[in-house]
Design a protein around this ligand. Structure first.
Ligand code: ADP
Ligand code: MG
Length: 738
């Protein structure tokens, strides 16, 4: 045999061979190294196999005994139930499987001992374990798997646990010494982690629970570390790139500014930014309507005049953080996280105002047309008096409107352009884009700066805004290459929304409550049940509910309908009617989830609420509670299972987006959250974002420290890390906007 390496084919492992190798390949295990990193899914503590007599229903147990009988019978539903009775000297249990004839064939010709693992339940004639995992004890080596903690590996058909276990054992025995630890000893020491080889042995062949936990800890840390290193390096790279240095200090002092400096001449000195501007003149001239702003109004004063309310402390802090980024001659890459209603739009407007005053254009990209139009209405309302031209660009405009808007942007007359993400990315030619704001409401994946640059848009500052429902752990994996600002304070005077969970039997009283509020002059949302992923069926559900309300209890009220299948013009018309209070009730699908802002609406009824994710419910609920009136959210659901109840309880108990997001993550798992193609645990082999949040945090800190001193990981001791990060980067596809 050739020299042993971790690249040696898995078939050369003892107990594998060319016949079984294809089954390993099915699991993605081609080499010995793959087998070493094929980690157990769970463990069975076979030091603790109880006598069958002591097994109680509700326990997950491993039992061991002799097969007494095997029988199969068909059910009325056309299934076949296989039942095997296993006994030990103290008693017997039934193992049952549905529709698995091959198990029957296997068990029928066997009369040795069997081990089985599963959930014990009470059945007609004693204890039953249905669909257990099981193994036959055929030889001494199997017997060796007893009286110890036994790993259970992810497996596939035709690959018994035993075989995987044997391969893993051989890999440990003959190849473990070849494993090199990519983490430098200094890091291990600092983080109090065990060497890799030790950990792999303990993971495959635990000598104790404590050791196994310690081994896992290191492997999880390591997994997080590579991700965080690659994000930190990306972040560091962005900070190195040349970008625009907005003369923020000068603007704050109300200085009269000359045209913006050229990007290439930017100097990395924040203090000197204003001076640099004066020295380096570009050929771009201010448009006449901007002249009004050159009379020296300090930026903050201008903002006070512009906004109809006082900013919260959190908003002011975040604005300063953003301006701080804008002032340095490197591209900003910042995420603003703030719960629904925390006032992100005003923050964005302040950032955009600074960009415009510095002579640049700025774009705001929204996830939906409704939201784009709303942002347009808001921002246009604010900027109009300052003589700043705001252009709107959305898919439904006719070609004349669109041409005009595009021309205004290209000529530089339009200083602000608002549109849906797709439209802005596709066809806009900017004269001088300085700042791109992405309002993503967790609808998009992470926007790659590269995508902007590819469009020839230069190297603008990028600000991403997102409504909270992303727990911190996920933020760090999804957005770890961004700097983070959190708006952690709500505008004053808001009354927390009162949320009630109701069943369909309470519907009459719910409708009565809605009617009372409408009589008092409030407006209401009804969100129709989630019937399907299909927009068409969803529209149908909304139409049904609309019909039911309009021809039933609320026949005397004005009820509008909004769903994704409507034409843009019709959607807009309905929204406008609702905004003007020409409608009392708006029946809608989740299209209103994002951003819709009608402060007079103070009650939302969500049908079949258990069908929605928590974060989605939170988003939906955020449509009310925007005015000064007490607002309500009624969750109608008949689901009685524990999960559904827990979810409704969380919604009733808290309006804190962070807590809801954490709960969502815990109950649903991260795969469903954040709506991106790559979010969550699928990225990790061992780590669990829910369970391992603390380790993620420490790994992030460690990564930042390492990148700080060695940004390209070129120091000899970081060589192993560099290789791992490169591997990771080549595997991870670029996340694009969905
Ligand atoms: P978000 O996008 O964060 O969900 P918005 O920017 O839509 O929130 O703001 C929600 C509402 O609160 C809007 O009606 C906005 O005008 C208002 N608002 C924002 N900031 C303040 C503030 N500091 N004081 C009072 N009202 C505010
Ligand atoms: Mg918003």
């Amino acid at each position: 045999m050739a020299e042993r390496t971790l690249q040696t084919e898995a078939q050369f492992l003892k107990g594998v061979g060319p016949k079984i190798a294809p089954a390993f390949a099915k699991l993605g295990l081609y080499t010995v190294g793959d087998v070493l990193y094929h980690l157990p899914r769970r463990y069975e503590d076979r030091t603790q196999i109880p006598p069958i007599r002591l097994v109680r229903p509700g326990q997950h147990v491993t039992i061991r005994g002799r097969l007494r009988s095997v029988g199969a019978r068909p059910t009325r539903g056309g299934m076949v139930i296989l039942k095997a009775i296993v006994e030990d000297p103290t008693g017997c249990v039934a193992l049952t499987w549905f529709n698995q004839p091959w198990i029957k064939r296997k068990l029928e010709n066997y009369d040795g001992e069997i081990v089985a693992y599963g959930l014990a339940k009470d059945a007609d004639f004693g204890i039953e374990i249905s669909s257990p995992e099981y193994e036959l004890i055929e030889d001494e080596e199997d017997a060796a798997d007893f009286a110890r903690i036994v790993p259970v590996y992810p497996s596939t058909e035709g690959l018994p646990q035993k075989t995987v276990r044997r391969a893993a054992r051989a890999a440990i025995e003959y190849y473990l010494s070849l494993v090199e630890d990519p983490m430098p000893p200094s890091l291990l020491k600092q983080e109090r982690l065990r060497p890799l080889a030790w950990c792999l042995r303990e993971i495959h062949q635990p000598s104790s629970d404590a050791n196994r936990a310690e081994a896992r800890q290191r492997l999880v840390f390591e997994e997080f570390l590579y991700l965080q290193l690659s994000l930190a390096m990306k972040r560091a790279e962005t900070h190195q790139e040349l970008g625009i240095a907005f003369p923020i200090e000068a603007l704050k002092q109300g200085a009269m500014l000359e045209p913006p400096m050229a990007i290439e001449t930017a100097k990395p000195n924040r203090r000197k930014a204003a001076v640099v501007v004066k020295e380096e003149r570009s050929t771009h001239l201010f448009e006449p309507e901007l002249a009004a702003m050159r009379d020296g109004v300090p930026l903050w004063d201008q903002i006070h005049q512009m906004l109809p309310f006082e900013l919260t402390g959190a908003q002011r802090r975040v604005i300063e953080e953003i301006w701080g980024d804008m002032a340095v001659p490197h591209p900003m890459n910042r995420l603003v996280q703030g719960d629904v209603g925390s006032g992100k739009t005003a923050v964005a407007a302040c950032a955009m105002l600074a960009a415009v005053r510095a002579g640049y254009q700025t774009a705001l990209m929204a996830p939906t047309e409704i939201l784009a139009e709303q942002h347009f209405a808001n921002i246009h309302g604010l900027f109009e008096h300052l003589g700043i031209l705001v252009a709107l660009l959305i898919g439904k405009q006719n070609s004349k409107e669109r041409k005009r808007a595009l021309a205004l942007v290209e000529s530089g007359e339009a200083k602000v352009i608002i549109g849906t993400h797709a439209v802005i990315q596709e066809e806009v030619k900017f004269d001088r884009l300085g700042l791109a704001v992405i309002d993503e409401q967790h609808r998009f994946g992470v926007l790659q700066r590269a995508a902007l640059r590819e469009k020839g848009l230069g190297n603008p500052d990028v600000l991403v805004m997102t409504a909270t429902p992303i727990p911190r752990t996920l933020t760090m994996t999804l957005y770890g290459d961004l700097d983070l600002s959190v708006i952690d304070e709500m505008p004053p005077g808001r009354k927390p929304i009162k949320t009630h969970a109701k069943s369909t039997m309470d519907r009459d009283s719910v409708y009565e409550g809605v009617r009372k509020l409408v009589t008092e002059g409030r407006q209401a949302y009804f969100v129709c049940p989630m019937v399907s992923e299909s927009e068409k069926m969803q529209a149908q559900a909304a139409e049904d509910l609309h019909y039911r309300l309009e021809n039933g209890v609320f026949h005397d009220l004005k009820i509008g309908l909004l769903h994704g299948q409507m034409k843009g013009k019709d959607k807009e018309a309905v929204m406008e009617q609702f905004r003007r209070h020409e409608l009392d009730i708006l029946v809608s699908t989740t299209v209103i989830e994002v951003g819709v802002d009608v402060p007079n609406s103070s009650v939302m009824v969500i049908e079949d609420a258990n069908r929605f994710g928590l974060s989605q419910l939170h988003q939906l609920r955020g449509r009310v509670g925007r005015g000064s009136a007490q607002s309500y959210c009624i969750l109608i659901s008949d689901a009685r299972n524990a999960d559904a109840r827990e979810r409704m309880d969380v919604m009733v108990e808290t309006t804190d987006g962070f807590r809801i997001a954490e709960a969502d993550l815990r109950i649903r798992g991260p795969g469903e959250m954040a709506g991106t193609a790559q979010s969550g645990n699928r990225d990790f082999k061992i780590a669990d974002l829910v369970q391992d949040g603390k380790l993620l945090e420490t790994a992030r800190q460690a990564a930042l420290r390492i990148v700080d001193t060695d940004p390209h990981l070129i120091r000899p001791e970081n060589r192993g890390l560099r290789i791992k990060v490169q591997e990771r980067r080549s595997q991870t596809a670029v996340i694009t906007v969905s």
